[in-house]
Design a protein around this ligand. Structure first.
Ligand code: PDD
Length: 286
């Protein structure tokens, strides 16, 4: 094995990627019948991971899925994989699907055994060039199902949305429903108005309750920044002082252009910059 071998976790074992096996009858593959989490890694440590595992448990419960491991054992397996792949900075992806057996059937098979897989990715999270320049986004219609609070692996609408963004030369797509922005294809959206008021919509079934969003909101409480929980429109975003997104894989990213409109000064704003710094400082010290 050379140093670049990527190890993955599959149902109790850490194996080289090429040795991993999952049944073609797995319902994750056939029906997108499964849930996932992405935790970031800084200095070899999983960030906000307890909150990710809590949301995982909630997603599992909503789909009547059972984790093959207790959350404690799952956490131990995550740590083992991060160590095996020697990840200093990056992400850990974890997925639990319902498993499955032949013949294919729509309702839950009684004898299906859930599958648990994990892999890691190296990514420089602290010196992202996107942070220096800001990223760009487009708005697209919201076409997803109505249970976006469940972190389901059914991500086709999001993959199509991100592809549309990339085809338009942008980095992210913000989805719009009934005239309001719901969220990014893989991120939570915020605007800043009146210099220091941060606005983000309520985390109900219409969006994923972002873990980075929750962590950032906790940090905001200790500052003079005001938080207002409400929906906002693309027009409000166009004329906002700042627009930014959060996610485990980007932390806080300023968005400097939405559709053909420049946001604020066209450079990362002071609130997003401050929240990014606060988030990283808090993650590094936890
Ligand atoms: N996505 N909304 C959606 C639709 C997402 O897919 C994500 C994260 C978020 C932000 O959630 P969090 O702060 O917990 O990462 C919001 C992950 C990173 C992904 O699919 O890769």
């Amino acid at each position: 094995m050379n140093a670049a071998t990527q190890y993955v976790y599959v149902n109790g074992e850490i194996v080289p990627e090429n040795d991993a096996k999952i049944s073609v009858f797995d319902r994750g593959f056939l029906f997108a019948d499964g849930v996932y989490e992405v935790s970031s890694i800084l200095a070899g440590k999983l960030i906000d991971n307890d909150m990710h595992l809590k949301r995982l448990q909630r997603s599992l419960d909503e789909l009547e899925l059972t984790s093959p491991l207790t959350m404690e054992d799952l956490n131990a397996a995550q740590i083992a994989l991060v160590e095996k792949n020697a990840v200093d900075q990056g992400m850990l992806y974890l997925q639990i699907t319902r498993g499955g057996t032949a013949p294919r059937q729509f309702h839950f098979p009684k004898d299906a055994k859930p599958s648990l897989v994990m892999f890691t990715q190296h990514k420089n999270l602290l010196e992202a060039p996107e942070f220096e320049t800001g990223i760009t986004a487009i708005t697209i219609p919201e076409i997803r199902w109505k249970r976006r609070d469940i972190k389901s692996v059914a991500l086709l609408a999001q993959a199509l949305g991100k592809q549309q963004a990339v085809a338009a030369g942008a980095d992210e797509a913000l989805m719009v429903e009934n005239g309001n922005i719901t969220e990014g294809t893989s991120s939570t959206a915020f605007i800043v108005v009146d210099g220091n008021k941060v606005i983000s919509r309520r985390a109900n079934t219409e969006i994923l309750n972002g873990i980075t969003r929750q962590a950032v909101l906790q940090l905001i409480e200790e500052t003079d920044i005001e938080f207002i929980e409400r929906r906002f429109t693309p027009e409000e975003a166009y004329s906002a002082d700042e627009l930014f997104i959060t996610s485990a894989s980007t932390f806080v990213h300023p968005v400097v252009k939405l559709d053909d409109r420049t946001i604020g000064t066209g450079k990362p704003g002071s609130v997003a910059t401050r929240l990014r710094e606060l988030y990283i400082a808090s993650a590094m010290s936890s």
